[in-house]
Design a protein around this ligand. Structure first.
Ligand code: ATP
Length: 225
């Protein structure tokens, strides 16, 4: 990993950098300006809820933090690593995308095993599947799962990986009541293990049970919720 200490953004406590720091981030995609002067701090190990209407820019903001999209203007750091150093950022971050982002032709267990391999970390795949009620689906291909089961599998992956910064896009979508309660339980569990969470959601009352500090995106601008 590259040296996380660099010029530009400064952290008040150099030994424990913020999980996420964005400063005056603008993003233009094609002819549209999607993010406008977004400044945000997520302290290490803490959670922030990201609210906003459809098309406000929540997913886009998560993708910027994951270094999948480069800001047009402004700068940012993830655990001290400059967003421009995508390789280092991707080592400390996990994005659970809204569509779950799974490999459809791999089985549930294979998806989790692959994720562990990507990060070069050990983990108990069977326990993770059992944690989300998918122990009976370990060998089933993802393409044959229901939308809610996919969401559960994506949640199991985020829980198993427990990357220091975990971005979660609409974790409650497609889930029944038990599934929603499970999301809260597992995200709280991650927090208890020191993971910082940035949660984009349309269910403020649920997301705030994990991450009480809420921000709202309106037309690409961030305001306190
Ligand atoms: N690759 C792209 N090229 C051009 N415009 C894009 C691209 N990706 C997203 N957008 C636009 O960016 C805006 C924000 O989209 P985004 O998916 O971030 O919103 P969101 O807040 O996550 O919405 P939702 O609640 O519906 O998931 C939308 O107007 C969308 O059309």
């Amino acid at each position: 990993m590259a040296d996380p200490v660099g010029a530009g953004l400064t952290s008040p406590e150099p030994t424990t950098p913020h999980a996420v720091q964005l400063r005056d981030v603008w993003l233009r995609l094609g002819r549209e300006v999607i993010l406008r002067s977004v400044t945000v701090d997520v302290p290490a190990g803490q959670g922030v809820t990201l609210l906003g209407e459809n098309g406000a820019g929540k997913t886009t903001l998560l993708r910027v933090v994951a270094s999948a999209l480069r800001p047009t203007r402004g700068e940012g750091r993830v655990l001290g690593f400059d967003l421009r150093d995508g390789r280092s950022v991707r080592e400390v971050i996990h994005l659970m995308p809204v569509d779950a982002g799974l490999y459809p032709d791999l089985s549930c267990a294979e998806n989790l095993e692959f994720a562990l391999r990507v990060y070069g970390q050990p983990g108990n795949v069977r326990a993770a599947l059992a944690r989300v009620g998918l122990e009976g689906a370990a060998t089933r291909r993802v393409r044959h799962l229901s939308a809610g089961m996919r969401k559960r599998l994506a949640l199991a992956r985020a829980w198993l990986l427990a990357r220091p910064v975990t971005l979660v896009d609409e974790p409650f979508a497609n889930l029944d009541d038990a599934g929603r309660a499970l999301v809260i339980e597992l995200l709280r569990d991650l927090q208890g293990r020191g993971v910082a969470l940035l949660i984009a959601a349309h269910e403020p009352e649920l997301a705030r049970q994990v991450a009480p500090h809420a921000l709202r995106l309106t037309g690409g601008q961030l305001v306190e919720a």
